[in-house]
Design a binder for this molecule. Sequence first.
Ligand SMILES: Cc1cc2nc3c(=O)[nH]c(=O)nc-3n(C[C@H](O)[C@H](O)[C@H](O)COP(=O)(O)OP(=O)(O)OC[C@H]3O[C@@H](n4cnc5c(N)ncnc54)[C@H](O)[C@@H]3O)c2cc1C
Length: 594
Amino acid sequence: MTLQEIEVPVLVVGGGGCGLASSLFLSRQGVTSLLIERHPAPGRLPKARYISQRTMELLRQFEVADRVYERSMPLEHISHIRWCTTLAGDGELDRRTFYRIESFGGGSLAHYAKDSPCESTLFPQVRMEPLLRELASAQKQAQVLYNHQLVSFEQDEGGVTAVVQDRATEKEIRVRARYLIGADGGKTVGPAVGVKIEGQTDLAHMVTVYFRADLSKYWDDDYSMTTWFVNPEGGSWASGVLGQLGPTKFGRHSEEWMFHFSFRPDDPSRFEEASLLPRMRELLKIPDLQPDIIGIGHWTVEGVLADRYRWGRVLLAGDAAHRHPPTTGLGLNSAIQDAHNLAWKVAAVIKGQAPDSLLDSYEAERRPVAASNVQWALMTFQNHQLTDAGIGLVRGNAEASVANFRRYFADNQEGRTRRARLAQIMEVQRMEWQAHDIELGYHYDIGAVMPDGTPTPERDPLGQTYVPTTRPGHRLPHAWLERNAKKISTLDLVRPGNFVLITGHGKSGWAEAAGALAKTSGVSIDVVEVSDDADVRDIDRNWRNLREVSADGAILVRPDQHVGWRSMGRRGDPRAVLAAALGRILRRDLVNAT
Ligand SMILES: Cc1cc2nc3c(=O)[nH]c(=O)nc-3n(C[C@H](O)[C@H](O)[C@H](O)COP(=O)(O)OP(=O)(O)OC[C@H]3O[C@@H](n4cnc5c(N)ncnc54)[C@H](O)[C@@H]3O)c2cc1C
């Protein structure tokens, strides 16, 4: 038997959101890859549902966003989170709402719309992965093999040699690749290279039941994405969290739901399917609930980070590199953002536009973001203890909790005080669902950027207020512009795989410098003049207010929509200045090459 051999520039291990996005992003930047996924089909559990504005911006750049919006839940239906006593029941304390807060840019959170061309949305992983699989497989540069698993690999100076098993035939394939992206959730690649995963583990032992049921009699709010229950016996994680999933009807008429609840780690019944339905009925207070159970998943809450993201030719991304509590929904979102950051760099290296050392900037940029996300998610996970206390839960003392719940809802001065106290506490709990700056404001101080000497701006410690800036390392701020009578975002100026130089007028010399540099460097640089006299016009003067540089200045944006360099005005010889900047970003000497 001859061993099948495949030679490919990039081997992507794992067909979750991170691996599939990597495959798609690489293909669209002209890089051939092979993706292997050990399961025969995409995952069967909804897991991630919330897709942030930033992730939607990345998907918009790769023409995926409209496909998601066609099938995802409109923002209005995910615009609240609420805390209730129970879903059903007709007792004095049943079906009472403790509190409701706005979330993810819905309701009155109008500033979200100002800062991005994209709305956040709800699109469960169980639908996202098949869509990404379809799109990734349709690219001529990509081979996507399900039911294939990585068995082993070794690397040398020139690349990685991997053994992949076709699980249907048990035949082995030898794959030779220049780079291996480990997007396997941490199962195989990280342990093989000796990664150290550090942080907090086993913070809660959770079960998720994914089911179909008509809950319209009970779920009386069309705008809440999620309802946290707080019953007198347990806090919000133990009492259960119910979330709607659509897919064709939303709000109370949602056809599918997911219900998460925790078990004590020493409770053996958490793995007994027969015990889950009675528990669900009890927690929801619907004794005759007959759900059509689609899937059951077990997971633990943890906050962990890999000590390194790169081992020579091997790069870790997504859950393989960091895992967080699901609070704020940073997991899949940041996994796709890792893929986006890595793909343009791998493409530049494979195409010979940058040396291999450009890939060091991936860890330098993404690991600090993940470190901060892990801490953020751990903190927002802990916030639930504050909320439970504010509601009046006394752990282990149901009688005292019930008395407090009654006092909370009482129509008297004490009730008003308790409700006002919870409202104050919810000012903190907002962190989890209004983390606008965590989602849009992450930036890279060290990496593939040319700093301009301006200090790192202070960020809102509660993660809510995002301040747009064109400072190198930050995401290009969004402003609506007009091109050929069509409204476009500044972010739309950045085409996959291309740098873009944004200038204020045609006489500044930057455009000619960029044209010459593109020729000598082989790097694609689009030049866009945004002015009243140009094709791209700043119709409502938003860009003028955001760009921070003068009309004589220029902003060089990387293919991932992060600013790589800027010049406040005209400076010296534009050719030399721009060559120094691009050279610094790509780790090449472009000054002497011009
Ligand atoms: C209940 C829950 C709710 C969540 N909610 C959100 C949310 O709202 N928003 C959000 O952003 N995140 C959320 N997350 C987190 C999110 O699900 C993960 O962060 C995300 O799945 C990470 O994607 P990934 O592609 O990196 O890894 P994974 O999804 O784990 O994919 C890794 C893939 O690699 C494959 N694989 C493993 N080993 C091999 C091998 N040897 N060979 C081939 N293939 C292999 C696996 O089969 C798997 O398909 C949630 C998670 C949970 C559990």
